[in-house]
Design a protein. Structure first.
Length: 492
């Protein structure tokens, strides 16, 4: 007897109900968002309706949409909803992929159980919930990028409108965090490997370019420069400060001012070069916002990488592997990593108070700790943590899982798992890895950069270990005028 459709998704409910309840507890215990160093710029851009100077303002658009309600509590609730939707989207992608393997109703419970299990790392760990509670862009960025990946994976042969959706969501992600900008290349490569068709690829590229170019034009109108943000060279300079040796680089005299100093071993060189007394930008008029700062830091970064390519590669690999450590270390500073956890007490600066009052005149932006809910949240925080090693195992499984299917009917077919992986797991796996490598290569390691990689690693694992669908064998692309092909992921 076939299970009823509602009962098939019972495993999702088992995960989703506690995930929602713990987020309700978080909002009751902490009715206002947790602030970070980037938060004032996002909020100011939303209040003034202009692009941010050092970061794209896609997240500020979300804040601007919520602003008429004058409620920071509503803001964090919306972000928690986005986090829940991200977990549900992971479940849907895994469930559809598994149902395509067994479309005739056999093993009817496997898709739901597998999807629910792989949604757990997105819905349950406390650091995912804490990141959603911050006045930061990461929750929105993760959802938009996962939605772009979902549009590509939804059908083996994409229609033009699915390509357009993928481009639109990818553009939204790029305008929320600049890390998303190069990921359109990952999407397009995956579409070509999946033989998505010319119209789908062109639609994705065009719909991606239009909003990004429009934002850059708006940025140029406000700040006079055609770019997404003014500080890209500044972040790269922070990366090179970790290894740059001016005795090797031999910079010209005017550039020597950028030679990094590092006097506090508790602070990472990248952080010190940007925000401490060791920062060379303190001696440059206009600080990191000036044209001189951008020019000097960009030139110094290029010279450092050119002179010390091995050292640059070493720090990128080292910081990428920090994401897979079992326990969190006090990095990049002894205090930064603690800002990604729910606090025990209240902290409120005059600057935050003035800015929050412009967004919510009722004073709702002040950090508040409400018992007994906050105590329950702190107890949860002490026990429900996902170590970075789990992310490493997810990525390893997503990379090697396809080789479980190298032997078919007693014969070895070494290219079969390669094709299977390239047309399925490659996209979410490559996106997950890119989300770890890009910050390590262009800025510095930070624990909040790790969490957006988790949903993609979960999807990649499922697409890797599941056998190729029995309902679809890849064929050469058909002419655009032909009828729509059968879905690879759509169950009957």
């Amino acid at each position: 007897m076939r299970a009823r459709p509602v009962l098939i998704h019972l495993p999702l409910a088992v995960v989703l109900v506690p995930a929602i309840l713990i987020r309700v507890v978080a909002v009751l215990g902490y009715p206002a968002p947790m602030w970070f160093g980037d938060s004032p710029e996002y909020l100011e851009a939303a209040i003034e309706g202009r692009p941010g100077r050092t970061r794209p303002s896609g997240y500020s658009v979300l804040l601007w949409l919520i602003k008429p309600f004058h409620s920071f509590t509503l803001m964090v609730s919306v972000q928690h909803l986005i986090g829940v939707l991200t977990g549900v989207l992971v479940y849907v992608l895994v469930w559809r992929a598994a149902r395509a393997v067994w479309p005739d109703g056999r093993r009817v419970w496997v898709p739901g159980v597998l999807g629910a299990v792989l949604a757990v790392p997105v819905l349950i760990p406390v650091h995912q919930i804490a990141l959603e509670h911050m006045l930061m862009s990461d929750a929105l960025f993760t959802f938009l990028l996962l939605a772009a990946v979902a549009a590509v994976l939804w059908r083996q042969r994409m229609t033009w409108w699915l390509g357009a959706l993928a481009g639109l969501f990818a553009a939204g992600a790029a305008l929320t965090r600049s890390t998303g900008l190069p990921l359109i290349a990952v999407l397009l490569v995956a579409m070509l490997l999946r033989r998505a068709g010319r119209r789908a690829c062109v639609s994705a590229a065009a719909v991606f370019v239009l909003p990004v170019a429009g934002y850059m034009l708006a940025f140029q109108y406000v700040y006079g420069e055609f770019k997404l943000a003014m500080a890209n060279e500044i972040w790269l300079y922070g990366r090179t400060a970790d290894f740059a040796d001016c005795r090797v680089i031999e910079p010209r005299p005017e550039l020597a001012v950028m030679c990094p100093e590092h006097t506090d071993s508790r602070v990472s060189p990248a952080f010190a070069s940007m925000w401490t007394e060791d920062s060379p930008f303190r001696d440059i008029p206009g600080w990191i916002y000036s044209e001189q700062a951008s020019s000097l830091s960009g030139e110094f970064s290029r010279e450092a990488i050119k002179a010390q390519p091995g050292d640059y590669a070493r720090v990128v690999v080292r910081d990428t592997f920090r994401a897979f450590e079992w326990e969190r270390e006090p990095y990049p500073t002894p205090w930064t990593w603690l800002q990604y956890e729910f606090p025990e007490g209240e902290e409120w600066s005059d600057e935050q108070k003035r800015l929050a009052a412009r967004y919510d005149p009722g004073g709702g932006g002040e950090t508040r700790v409400v018992d007994p809910w906050s105590g329950w949240m702190l107890a949860y925080q002490d026990h429900v943590v996902m170590p970075g090693t789990i992310l490493g195992l997810l990525l390893l499984g997503g990379l090697g899982g396809a080789f479980l299917h190298v032997r078919v009917r007693g014969r070895w077919r070494p290219m079969r798992p390669v094709r299977h992986w390239a047309t399925g797991a490659l996209l979410p796996w490559g996106t997950s890895l890119a989300l770890l490598v890009i910050p390590a290569a262009t800025a510095d390691f930070d624990y909040r950069y790790v969490l957006p990689a988790v949903p993609f690693a979960c999807v990649a694992l499922a697409l890797g270990v599941l056998p190729p669908s029995r309902r679809h064998t890849p064929e050469p692309a058909e002419p655009e005028a032909h009828t729509e092909p059968e879905d690879v992921l759509e169950p009957s």
